[in-house]
Design a protein around this ligand. Structure first.
Ligand code: ASP
Ligand code: MG
Length: 477
């Protein structure tokens, strides 16, 4: 008998819930131990424990706002949570003592930063980026110590020495050539000695070494960047669900895991509110054609969802449905707009000045109205801004009014070949018609991978269920 040859390089990323408690850390470590047996090299990326990044940012902002009681309590919680986990996982002895002292040291640093912020009365983006990745830095050390204890040779590595970024604090972009060189000099030699690196997700540093972060949820980005630089064969991101689902199972109990998705479909899903991977974060592996799996730490034998560039779904098959909540649809109405150029540009200029993101736009061909969907939180200020912009047209009566309908949601159906396959929208509208749901607006054509509809919030869940039952469950995914 011969054993099958080991596969080459795997990057595994664990999200906050997968490494957020004693049990989940233990489970995640078992997964890595198994991976190390099956792959020649494994690099691990960890997030902070669930809630820790939020707690760190709360500490910093509370300190900046002069809330010293809040920031001190929050820091105490952070320390306690890490010490409890260490006590529950690592056997008493030298390595536990060292780990405790490292964590205590990081929390001391945190106290010192927050104290300075408190004195200054303000926190800068650069200051936030020094504080935010502390959760990853502590957790990487805990995870590496746990792996060591299980007999997997491992070391924590701070991404600030690996991932070189620009200085766009709190949302930095990686500089891939510089990063590739660091990975080659620091990570590859470790891996060649069969040491499994546990890299802190989320963080990076400028070329001169000032810590930055890649944006919230940035650990996926870290994994993709490392996969690119390591020339990895696959990326597995571990979460607390079985994979990417056809719909939110809280709304649709029949929702199921989608076995395979293309990168384009994932991009649409993320854009339209599904809590999956942000398209930006997987760009490095899209370009390299490295496939990514979404897997469940708490059900590790389940295969999960495979996402790849190569995957092509037969046209006309609808795969998933998602919603964005708390939206308003703004209408700019008036018969005098007919044939007048520039109104749309000026309207959206006025929206942009309020920094509101527009999720959907439609204009009727009779040109008597422009409508667009924005978060309700910015609706009032956007209306004022547009009214200011078109004061003259309002006075002349060319525009009758600018108004918003609140309590609407966007429902987006994702699939392939939406544009060129006849009958796709008929199926969707048929399902809605049967369920007696009124559609307020429609947009298609932003890409061929989705169709979006606006419905009243009170109809949204019903719409999702109707489309899921009539269109998605009946299609072979
Ligand atoms: N811990 C960071 C966050 O909560 C990064 C991540 O988990 O991906 O945003
Ligand atoms: Mg290779």
């Amino acid at each position: 008998m011969h054993s099958s040859p080991k596969k080459d390089v795997l990057v595994m990323k664990f999200g906050g819930t997968s490494v957020g408690s004693i049990d989940s850390l233990r489970q995640a470590a078992e997964i890595v131990a198994k991976g190390v047996k099956e792959w020649r090299h494994v690099a691990v990326v960890v997030s902070a424990m669930t809630g820790i990044t939020d707690a760190l940012l709360t500490s910093a902002t509370a300190a900046g706002n002069g809330n010293d009681r809040i920031y001190r309590a929050s820091i105490d919680d952070i320390l306690k949570r890490h010490l409890d986990v260490i006590a529950g996982l690592i056997d008493e002895g030298e390595s536990r003592a060292e780990l405790e002292s490292q964590v205590t040291q990081f929390v001391q640093e945190l106290r010192a930063y927050c104290h300075s912020i408190h004195v200054l009365g303000e926190v800068t983006p650069r200051g936030l980026d020094t504080i935010a990745p502390l959760g990853e830095r502590m957790n990487a050390r805990i995870f590496a110590a746990l792996l060591q204890q299980m007999g997997v040779s491992s070391r924590a590595v701070d991404a600030s020495g690996l991932i070189v970024t620009d200085n766009n604090f709190t949302n930095a972009a990686p500089l891939l050539d510089l990063t590739r060189a660091r990975v080659k000099n620091i990570l590859v030699p470790l891996m060649e000695q069969d040491i499994t690196p546990v890299v802190t997700g989320f963080a990076g540093a400028t070329e001169s070494g000032i810590t930055t972060t890649l944006g919230r949820g940035g650990s996926d980005y870290t994994a993709a960047i490392l996969a690119d630089c390591l020339d990895a064969d696959e990326v597995w991101t571990w979460t607390d669900v079985d994979g990417v689902m056809t719909a939110d199972p809280r709304i649709v109990p029949e929702a199921r895991v989608i076995p395979e998705l293309s990168f384009s479909e994932v991009g649409e899903l993320a854009y339209f509110g599904a809590k999956v991977l942000h398209p930006k974060t997987i760009r490095p592996i899209i370009e390299r054609g490295i496939p990514l799996w979404v897997k469940n730490t708490f059900n590790p034998d389940f295969i999960g969802t495979r996402i790849s560039r190569q995957f092509q779904r037969p046209p006309g098959i609808l795969t998933a449905i998602t919603t964005i909540r708390s939206l308003s649809i703004v209408n700019v109405e008036g018969r005098g707009m007919l044939g007048v150029p520039g109104i749309a540009a000026r309207t959206f200029g006025a929206v942009a000045r309020q920094k509101a993101s527009v999720l959907m736009i439609s204009q009727s061909s009779s040109e008597q109205s422009i409508c667009f969907v924005i978060p309700t939180a910015s609706a009032a200020q956007v209306i004022r801004s547009v009214e200011d912009e078109v004061t003259l047209e309002l006075m002349r009566g060319d525009i009758d009014r600018v108004w918003a309908k609140d309590k609407v949601e966007i429902v987006t159906v994702i699939g392939s070949g939406m544009r060129e396959t006849p009958g796709v929208s008929a199926r969707i509208f048929g399902a809605l018609g049967k369920a007696g749901i009124n559609v307020i607006a429609i947009a298609m054509g932003s890409s061929e991978f989705s169709i979006s509809l606006v419905v009243a919030s009170r109809d949204a869940n019903k719409a999702v269920r109707a489309i899921h039952a009539e269109v998605i469950e009946k299609a072979a995914v």
